[in-house]
Design a protein around this ligand. Structure first.
Ligand SMILES: [Zn+2]
Length: 494
């Protein structure tokens, strides 16, 4: 049955506002202001003057890690033991295993012990990782299920006992690793992913580029209401080539796309590969994962077999090398850089007329704000210089890198447009206009994976994937009401 969405404020691909949208079999067959003659029986949906935009496409997201993070209990920055217990008691997320992290007993006036956990959780497994990641605090249900004598014998493992010789529930180093690995396999990954997808829909996201490429079997088994453009892990390149997998293989809900490669580390840990050392560590140039020649060979191998590349590159030196390699003559036009966080004048000049996609994360400005000045000094102005990148011919595609950052697209758009962090401006001259920012979260990502004829804007012939807002999201006033995929509501705010 045809569906008529009427009485709305619907943004079309030129950012003009229209009243009506007609959907047939999941696709848009009309958008405009004319009153639709109801010749046939249409389902009518009154939009009551709400605003409609195409739903969002996050170009860089870790679907498994993000979904998993929704189940984890964050115990960081809790100084008081009673508050830790209170937080545990308030934990209501269902599932067999309770995963937590961040506790720090140095701040407490008592020692962590399994008995506290047993009182709260009798029937569920509890695994809480310490702040440094080297110890876990578990309950008796876990201890009863592992062979503690065997684990004690593992080299480098430490199983803590109290003065009476009883287990405390604290396992350190290799013993902690063992518990982690052993119970990881017990997780219900399908269920975890389902929750992640739901949460993304609540932000108006209906398409992603998934950087956790190795969950492919779960994505094939479940048909999630999320358009997933999946990466190929580098260690699966040979296999993919040998069985004939190419980028673009798949359908409108699950597609194989780029080969994920790491060129360097991160700014936070000062492992970004730099032309000059960090301000506070002049001899540290970061790390590179590949020599130029090695990377060139990998890209060549992938491209000549029809697979394009998504290369993680943060530092200015890494970015110059990667840009040169991926834009060589004959290389795939959809090769792109992930992050491209710190660039250089050279990079910007080289970019001209290359017409490539850069997958950038506006919310990283927030994450790295304090480090940028400290580590980069004057080079700070080359961190995510959105306007310069666009002026030099790049097409920006936005993403969140969730769970590293909150996946809310409006937050990212706002940062790209305002460039205000903690009430301070961050190179305001690199701000972009709001329409450009919206495109970077909708149509541009669609183009970067050749989906622009199906999604990314509200126009005739495309799928009716959209979001409704109480007020105009382009002036950051509206709140999200619902998310639709192919004209079907998949999320509604209560
Ligand atoms: Zn990432």
């Amino acid at each position: 049955m045809k569906k008529l969405f009427f009485n709305g404020k619907i943004y079309d691909e030129n950012f003009n506002i229209n009243k009506n949208l007609l959907v047939d079999d999941g696709k848009i067959i009309y958008i405009g202001d004319e009153d639709i003659v109801l010749q046939e029986k249409y389902e009518k949906i009154n939009l009551k003057k709400s605003y409609l935009t195409p739903s969002f496409f996050d170009s860089h997201l870790h679907l498994y890690l993000y979904s998993k993070s929704l189940f984890e209990l964050n115990l960081s920055n809790i100084d008081n033991f009673d508050d830790v217990l209170r937080k545990l008691k308030e934990y209501t997320i269902d599932g067999d295993i309770i995963w937590g992290f961040g506790w720090d007993d140095e701040k407490w006036n008592c020692k962590p012990n399994k008995k506290f956990l047993d009182e709260i959780f009798k029937d569920r497994y509890v695994i809480l990782k310490r702040r440094d990641g080297h110890s876990v605090w578990v309950n008796s249900k876990i201890l009863n299920e592992i062979n503690i004598d065997e684990i004690s014998k593992i080299k480098g493992s430490k199983v803590e006992k109290d003065e009476n010789g009883d287990l405390t529930g604290i396992l350190r180093e290799k013993a902690a690793d063992y518990v982690f690995e052993h119970f990881k396999e017990k997780q219900n990954i399908d269920k975890i992913l389902k929750k992640g997808v739901k949460k993304l829909q609540s932000y108006g996201i209906t398409a992603i580029c998934n950087m956790d490429g190795d969950i492919l079997p779960h994505l094939i088994k479940n048909r999630f209401n999320l358009r997933i453009m999946n990466s190929i892990p580098l260690n699966k390149l040979k296999e993919a080539i040998s069985i004939g997998i190419r980028s673009d293989f798949g359908n409108n809900f699950l597609k194989i796309c780029g080969l994920k490669i790491f060129m360097d580390g991160s700014l936070g840990s000062k492992t970004a590969y730099m032309k000059e050392g960090f301000e506070d560590e002049k001899n540290n140039f970061g790390v590179k994962y590949f020599d130029e020649k090695e990377l060139d060979e990998i890209v060549n191998e992938a491209n000549k077999n029809g697979i394009y590349v998504w290369i993680h590159s943060i530092g200015d030196r890494a970015n110059e090398i990667v840009l040169k390699i991926i834009t060589k003559k004959g290389r795939h036009k959809l090769n792109r850089i992930e992050h491209s966080q710190i660039v250089s004048e050279n990079f910007l000049n080289f970019l001209k007329n290359k017409k490539i996609f850069l997958s950038v994360q506006p919310s990283h400005i927030l994450l790295d704000f304090d480090k940028i000045e400290k580590f980069l000094g004057k080079r700070g102005k080359y961190t995510y210089p959105f306007k310069s990148l666009i002026q030099n011919g790049a097409t920006l595609i936005f993403g969140s890198d969730a769970p590293i950052e909150n996946p809310d697209p409006l937050r990212g758009i706002n940062l790209a447009v305002d460039r205000v962090v903690f009430e301070k401006e961050f190179f305001k001259n690199e701000a972009i206009d709001v329409e450009e920012a919206f495109k970077s979260y909708t149509i541009n990502p669609a183009k970067s994976v050749e989906m622009e004829n199906n999604i990314g804007s509200l126009s005739i012939g495309k799928f009716a994937d959209f979001v409704t807002f109480t007020d105009d999201p382009l002036s950051f006033k509206g709140e999200l009401i619902s998310t639709y995929i192919e004209g079907e509501k998949v999320f509604k705010k209560d």
